[in-house]
Write a protein that binds this ligand. Sequence first.
Ligand code: SPV
Ligand code: MG
Length: 289
Amino acid sequence: MQHLQSLRKKITQKKVIQAMGCHSPLSAKVAEKAGFDALWASGFELSAMYGLPDMSMITMTQHLDMLRAIASETQIPIIADIDTGYGNAINVIHTIISYEQAGASAVVMEDKHFPKVTSLLEGGRQHLLPIEEFQGKIEAACANRINPDFLIIARVEALIAGLGEAEALKRAMAYEAAGADLILIHSKQKSPQEIINFTNAWQGNIPLVIVPTAYPELTLAEIQALQKIAIVIYGNHAIRACTAAMQSTFQKILKQGMLSVEKDIASVKEIFELQNMDWVKVNEKQYLR
Ligand code: SPV
Ligand code: MG
């Protein structure tokens, strides 16, 4: 599987991989066309697309169906957000097999209790699993992948839970020892300092992943300069961008009429391109008699 090897290979290179969050094949195709290296099959985005909170309300089947649809329409690697792995270590075995078969190149599994509470919520209830229990889930994940290039990314939520850097480092080391290929370290601080401090203190041998939604002033050049970060995930920009565009477009149509938005929205021709209408034309010519 080429996309699996390509992500594994890319994480060993110096350039930071940029993964754009998506919630549909259309948003994934727009991200791929824009030039992102990888896609983030975000639980937050898919939950929001259903108008639901990101609190384990979307089922694994719903997320997998969307992932399959995204994988069948794109070529770049997909990093799947599997939240807590949908249960205990036994459930994780089934989850890993399902996501690898569905076409993901990597999964991110977080060390929270099921059902989880979304990370960026101010004052959110954040309950973490005991370290040993999460190590068992990582071991189950690693042992049950078919292709060794399928990446298991362990997500540390200790900073999100307010437990501090020492606890976050301890957990990250324990997850590396359990076999994780990368550590996703998440923070909801408005400043990047918490993540910069963690990154500088990180003594492990595996690279880091960050989701800098809460501290967007951290530039790609600064991330690159930290040296230990292999992947940056733009966690929810697709759903926020289309929500903002819909809000202003819908308001404008009501206030000023349809013509007023014409230049601001994608043309029908652009949507045809994203729907592969050229392909339809070619096949019509060949087969329809
Ligand atoms: C997601 O996009 O679903 C994530 C990132 O897990 S965050 O919402 O910041 O937790
Ligand atoms: Mg998520």
